[in-house]
Write a protein that binds this ligand. Sequence first.
Ligand code: GLA
Length: 649
Amino acid sequence: MTDKLWYGGDYNPEQWPREVWDSDVRLMQRAGVTVATVGVFSWARLEPRDGEFDFAWLDDLMDLLDSHGIRVDLATATASPPVWLARKHPEMLPVTADGVRLGVGSRQHYNPSSSAYRRHAARLVRELAARYGTHPALEAWHINNEYGCHVSRDYSEESAAAFRVWLERRYGTVEALNAAWGTAFWSQAYGAFDQVGVPAAMPTYPNPGQLLDFDRFSSDALLECYLAEKEILRELSPDVPVTTNFMGFLKGIDYWSWAPHVDFVSDDCYPDPADPDSAPFGALARDLMRSLGGGAPWILMEQSPSAVNWRAVNAPKSPGMHRLHSLQAVARGADGIMQFQWRAGRAGAESFHAGMLPHGGEDTRVFRETVQLGEELASLADVRGTRCDARVAMIMDWDSWWALEQEARPASLDYVRVLAGWYRELWSRNVLVDLVRPTSDLSSYAAVLAPATFVLSAEGSANLAAFVEGGGQLLVGYQSGIVDERLHVHLGGYLGGLRDVLGVWIEEFAPPAPGSLSGTPAPALRISGLGEGGASTFAEVVRVSDAEVLATFTGPQPHGGLLDGRPALTRRRSGAGAGWYLATQPDNFGAVLDAVLEAAGVVGVEAPAGVEVVRRGDRTFVLNHNDHAVELTLAGEPLALPARDALII
Ligand code: GLA
């Protein structure tokens, strides 16, 4: 195993003549590359015909990298099946909800439940593991690539059959399934499991329980593919760690259920350089990765050295930005910084995606930054293995994400946007946050935030209530605790099992008024008790049973005064702890957060806007994301930072 930070990227030498490889390894050495990810899309090259393997080129490559001191993150190559396989087994191609079978000629053209795909993938992995499982260059196994990136839901017959098996395992009897899905509604009752199908295109709203279970099943079906490969690697290459690259906030996969199965978490992250919030958004994804691994170091497996090729506008990273994003990842727990890709491609759909070594070659800004970053990461090797310490947690839960964004729901809310809005305020206060689930162990936190935690089981609410009773500060946001894990509504007033600990319940919803047909905007909500500003978003009619009212909606309001005088923010103290309820997203959310953090005794780090300060181990990272220089005082010391520059103290 390397004792350095990982630094390098996807390396696809099979796309280049052999003589280019020699210049690649020479330049990799110059750039301080420590690890290369190899073989991600090499299946057709490794197995050009059914059962005929060609490993000569990969033998050569592994030895070449080894002799230059570059470690290998070896992919199992199962992410893009060869054409011959798809032609032989067209039933392995994915089918969309509209019944369209997808074609060959891009990538990820397999349905996860396909037995032909799984059988052939397993055979390839067995060959690779037997051949390279003890190779001296092998640092880690990289299973598949970005599971679910393009195809996370498949509606084929094979998937439908697998879905039925999954349901039978979950419910046992068809009566239990009918009860869970509430099929008394619209005459949807099933008489046997073999009558159940996937939620393909339908005349109108599909059954919510069926949709949610299909989301869960689809995540599990991909996980089965991963686990099948992992089992082979464990058998033939037991000492080499195994990962698969996650994709941050990918809706299709519940990474909480995947994370226990990777030896280390790894992530691909592509914040838009043109988005003014790219720094907080990147930070949020990094905090999620650290949290998925329970605080353990993780690897940033892919990021672009500059522009990508897949946005409407592919903005380049401004000078210094790539370094800042990389150091941000290290600060937030990463033990490696990898990019897509080493050498910018010459042909194929990603030719215009940046590489560490651009089309222009060595005499380019991007390559110079590649070399500088390599030097800096080499000097940071001793951060490896150190951890970050967060006292605040925020709930992030795929069930709530999936359910909140179904078509049949109370409000049109974008779950990740709601989370990112709360997170941004924490980020700007330099308060480090872990992401958790409602049922996670919360004992190490002083404050827990629960934005739009739409799905809340009895177990989850009991856990959150116990956190408050144990002295914690819990801030719950609108659209939480509306349904249980089967999407059955909590009766007697929304908030379910949180009603007592919050001392409030929700009687009605008041989504933002859409404005008039002629374009007159709807009036914003006014709030008293939170300083400046109101709210222009979702609100709820709160009924207080046992809580203090800290802020109220004041008239005139949309909805004919429905909200007038109603609570916008409440608090119920319980010993040293308190349950806070926020019934809307106020413009001045910062004031709410400050009050909760103060009660929790959590103090951030004061810094100018756009300056990120993070502590990992005994190092403090100060990152100036601004296009201008800043001055600040840190622990009594005055500091000056040029535009888009960083200091590590
Ligand atoms: C993903 C994939 C890579 C490449 C990049 C482009 O992260 O894993 O193979 O397609 O996107 O940004």
